[in-house]
Design a protein. Structure first.
Length: 138
């Protein structure tokens, strides 16, 4: 099982099932893609790093740092900040659901950054999500 991929799937599942996020970004615009330009507005998933938490000799605890990129077309950062806030609220609403053999011990939005794209038309939000996943006996 690829813990990193399961975290990505669980994050997307949470976002596409949260009305407040869907009101700002359609589910079909929440993608794992290298496409440029991205659909606007969009949430791009996929950038991540997985590390062994080092708390068990079983090596059963993995911390995944998953980065979400929010893209909007606007002269300010207002909508991108609103979307990122709804992402944070959705992810902090409870533990993520994983398939058998994996459990979510913690989920945290550890940082959010907001940038103006050099093209002058787009705003970019960067959300870093930390998930502690534990491999359990199925």
């Amino acid at each position: 099982m690829n813990v990193d991929l399961e975290v990505q799937k669980a994050i997307r599942a949470r976002l596409v099932s949260t009305w407040e996020v869907l009101a700002l970004v359609p589910a079909e615009n929440m993608l794992d893609t290298n496409q440029r330009p991205n659909p606007v507005p969009s949430i791009i998933l996929g950038d991540s790093q997985a590390t062994d938490e080092g708390t068990s000799l079983r090596r059963a605890h993995t911390r995944v740092y998953h980065t979400l990129h929010v893209w909007t077309r606007e002269p300010s950062l207002e909508t991108s900040k609103q979307i990122c806030g709804e992402i944070r609220t959705a992810l902090h609403s409870g533990r993520l659901s994983f398939p058998a053999g994996l459990a979510c011990a913690d989920v945290l939005v550890s940082s959010m950054r907001f940038l103006r794209d050099p093209d002058g038309e787009h705003a970019h939000g960067v959300v870093v999500v930390e998930v502690l996943a534990v491999e359990v006996a199925a």
